[in-house]
Design a protein around this ligand. Structure first.
Ligand code: BMA
Length: 820
């Protein structure tokens, strides 16, 4: 099989004058240069026709773009004569067309499309010519197309723009409470010609049938497109780290198009989630040949692992626990949203960075949220490699959906294509029907979920397709979903939005005893630089209309201040406020996660909302659009660490918990101290602890009066867990909110030393408590191994710094901020 790439330079133009601003009409009705994969907005930006929609309130200036029909074309030279060639089939393949329109080749109509999530492929052997050819792709305005369907089939109960549900298109592109309204059109994924001689490999799927210590039984299913009745040779080879562990040759006879084969792997290296073992992957090479000539060859990775969802009755209701390879897993993670409003801008390096940061922060699960897109193959490959489990939603969110035949057929095609594309990934551990549809329906109408328009998609269509085309992982109707109520706390999974969205402050998380929390969140602004990029100097303050525009939740800014003022001092400096708001967010999510981790496995998962951003925005994310970490990112590494120690106050009692997610026991000493913020040690006790594998234990239960804590604003408890001579976990408990603490932020020393190429160590020492130390280098890019940390009396910390700048520059630009 051969490919002829058709990406790169294309041309585009508008198809009528309607909606186009007067000064652009003449230019846009002519052909202009476009780039594929891409989007109309991106081509309009690069030609200088529209400004950057992320800057200030430019979004309003570009709202006409999605009302216009656009035509893309490409002329290309083919240097073979299709009718005389050896190829039995030549296909024009579009991996993604966003969203409604049709395709022509050399003036001949090939077909129409109306789903951005799937691949479109057209047989073109009889239409292609030797020499010059021309492809035309016509995009109908998605907004008008959606509205037309809505007026034909009726308005449904939908959050945000109601016409969105009629289009199989990323729902966030119609605007969300963290996304602008930038409803795209375009050839958003690669396009190419595919030349097939006698046969090609269409799909490969390795599935684990069973696993024991000594061997695994694996089945492989290979689907071919076979264009000949002749026999062809099929070869399977399997490797583990370059060593061939299995090989088998077959003769694929007559019209046989599917080969199913089972084989044993002795002493299998299993795929484990991050923190539980290696995410081991095998590599397979599948080859098709005839008379020794290779027809097609595919290299595919796969993992061997089992997944079960344990739903067992207990005294609180019913459990919701993922079990991988027979081990219960506490799922620690966040929600993933598309990494840009313009998806073709997201490159593999962006996935490397964002997913690499997830692994570094001890996440073991991400939820691909239903209002975005099914991610690229590269994304899931990377998750396989990093051991990040995926909770995979189907792309439906916060709405009721249509049920007419065309729509259901479209959904079926999509689901089959997606399940077949993604089922080989060991990282995906659950399919989920949608985001919040039933929960919103039941809360708003008080009716049964099955009465919701579109309910049959989630209770029937998708469930059946997952069963038929996969069947190796659970299907779950919605997130959230429960037995008697979709957002139940006693069974199923739960979204926790009382805190923040319903104006309740974060200490309330303590009351939430849900079984698996797939969403909960707390906002903070991004790094000041990320905001400065889109705000003019005069608008870089919390009173400007522009900053409000960059927070898309109703009353987003007022909420930031309300929740800040409960815990932290409200100052007037822009960057100082950002620092405090980031800390507040990190402390809120830490508080929630710790409360749920000590309940392990009554609660068996905590995925905060949200990992990343799609533009420069104030949102719930841990990492901003420019991939600059918020305080939450650094906190996550600690509160998601496999071993944590948690100090909690219950009236007059102090309880200390150790949570151990490791698959071996933790043995060590817990050192309990009471310090004053000025550095006086008032109490110390050493407690020997043993915590069984994958469990949690209360290691101290003591009257508060026995710990010598008297003065609210100064005295606090600091605990550290030492094992084999190393501190493996630490934590502290203050009896008052940070705003009431007596903090000086003085009396520390530090030194930066170069330790290698672009590598430095910063050593910092303090006599008194330094609270929430934030280190940054003005105008310089540097990656720090920790930040926003507390430095306790008479202790030293070592921070690793990666930067391409000189030691001299780092020393001159360092800024250190602490809470005072
Ligand atoms: C949840 C999500 C999103 C939303 C987020 C923040 O309900 O599913 O719809 O962006 O909350 O409000």
């Amino acid at each position: 099989m051969k490919r002829f790439d058709l990406s790169g330079e294309w041309e585009f133009k508008a198809c009528s004058e309607n909606f186009i601003p007067d000064d652009l009409k003449v230019n846009l009705l002519k052909w202009n240069k476009g780039i594929v994969p891409g989007a109309v907005h991106l081509d309009l930006i690069s030609n200088g026709f529209i400004p950057d929609p992320y800057f200030e309130m430019n979004e309003f200036e570009v709202q006409w773009v999605d009302k216009v029909d656009w035509l893309y074309r490409k002329k290309f030279i083919l240097d073979l004569d299709p009718s005389k060639s050896k190829f039995n089939s030549i296909k024009l393949v579009f991996e993604g067309l966003d969203t409604v329109g049709n395709v022509k080749l050399n003036g001949q109509f090939l077909g129409s499309f109306d789903n951005m999530f799937i691949q479109h492929s057209f047989e073109v052997k009889d239409i292609l010519k030797f020499g010059e050819n021309e492809i035309e792709v016509y995009f109908k305005s998605p907004t008008l197309a959606g509205k037309e369907l809505e007026s034909r089939y009726g308005k449904l109960p939908v959050e945000l723009a109601s016409h969105r549900v009629y289009l199989r298109k990323a729902q966030y592109s119609f605007g969300w409470d963290w996304a602008p309204v930038l409803t795209t059109s375009g050839i958003w994924k690669p396009v190419y010609l595919e030349f097939i001689e006698l046969a090609r490999i269409k799909n490969i799927w390795f599935k684990t049938i069973s696993v024991s210590d000594s061997k695994a039984l694996v089945a492989v299913e290979i689907e071919l497109e076979k264009l000949t009745d002749d026999d062809i040779d099929l070869q399977i080879e399997v490797f583990f780290e370059n060593e061939k562990i299995y090989e088998r040759d077959f003769v694929q006879k007559g019209r046989d198009r599917v080969r199913v084969h089972r084989f044993e792997v002795i002493s299998p290296k299993l795929w484990f989630p991050n923190g539980y073992g290696e995410p081991s992957l095998y590599t397979a090479r599948i080859k098709l040949s005839k008379d020794g000539v290779i027809l097609d060859e595919v290299i595919k990775k796969f993992g061997i692992r089992t997944v079960r969802l344990l739903q067992e009755s207990d005294d609180e209701g019913e459990s919701f626990i993922f079990e991988i390879n027979g081990e219960k897993i506490f799922c620690k993670g966040a929600n993933w949203i598309p990494a840009d409003c313009f998806l073709p801008r997201v490159k593999n390096e962006d996935y490397d960075a964002l997913l690499g940061m997830a692994k570094e922060s001890n996440l073991n699960m991400l939820r691909v949220w239903g209002g975005g897109v099914y991610e690229s193959d590269y994304f899931y490959d990377k998750c396989d490699e990093l051991g990040i489990m995926i909770w995979q939603d189907f792309m439906f969110a916060c709405a009721s959906y249509p049920e007419h035949d065309d729509f259901i057929q479209n959904v079926k095609n999509e689901a089959i294509q997606i399940v077949k594309r993604l089922r080989n990934h060991p990282s995906i551990v659950i399919w989920c029907g949608n985001n919040e549809n039933e929960w919103i329906w039941v809360d708003k109408t008080k009716k049964h979920p099955d009465e919701m328009p579109g309910a049959m998609i989630f209770s029937g269509v998708l469930k059946q397709i997952c069963q038929e085309y996969d069947g190796t992982r659970p299907y779950w109707r919605s997130s959230p979903w429960g037995k008697d109520y979709p957002n139940s706390e006693t069974d199923g999974n739960h979204h926790q939005w009382k805190v923040w969205s319903h104006w309740v402050d974060y200490r309330d998380y303590e009351k939430v005893k849900a079984r698996f929390i797939t969403e909960f969140g707390f906002q903070a602004p991004p790094h000041p630089e990320t905001l400065k990029e889109v705000l003019k100097p005069e608008n870089r303050n919390f009173n400007s209309l522009s900053i409000q525009h960059h927070n898309r939740q109703e009353d987003g800014i007022p909420r930031l201040f309300k929740f800040l003022s409960s815990h932290h001092k409200v100052t007037s400096d822009f960057e100082d406020l950002i620092y405090r708001m980031q800390l507040n967010q990190a402390e809120a999510i830490k508080f929630a996660v710790e409360n749920w981790r000590i309940r392990k496995f009554k609660t068996a998962g905590a995925l905060f909302w949200q990992w990343n951003d799609c533009w420069n925005v104030i949102s719930w994310s841990a990492i901003d659009y420019r991939k600059k970490p918020k305080a939450l990112y650094y906190y996550a590494r600690k509160f998601f660490n496999p071993v944590i120690v948690v100090v909690k106050r219950f009236d007059d009692k102090i309880k200390i918990f150790v949570v151990n997610d490791l698959l071996s026991p933790v043995e060590g000493n817990l050192i309990v101290n009471t310090f004053t913020t000025y550095g006086v040690k008032k109490f110390e006790r050493k407690v020997p602890v043993i915590v069984e594998k994958n469990s949690t234990a209360i290691v101290l239960d003591e009257e508060i009066s026995n710990l010598n804590i008297a003065k609210l604003g100064t005295d606090y408890i600091y605990v550290k867990l030492e094992s084999n001579g190393k501190v493996i976990a630490e934590n502290s408990l203050f009896l008052v909110e940070p705003k009431f603490l007596e903090l000086k932020g003085l009396g520390f020393t530090y030194k930066i030393s170069k330790i290698g190429e672009a590598e430095y160590i910063l050593r910092m020492k303090s006599k008194i408590l330094l609270k929430s130390v934030f280190i940054y280098f003005e105008g310089i890019e540097a990656k720090l191994s920790d930040n926003f940390f507390d430095l306790h009396p008479d202790s030293t910390i070592e921070i690793k710094i990666n930067s391409n700048e000189s030691l001299h520059k780092l020393i001159n630009s360092i800024k250190i901020k602490t809470l005072t």
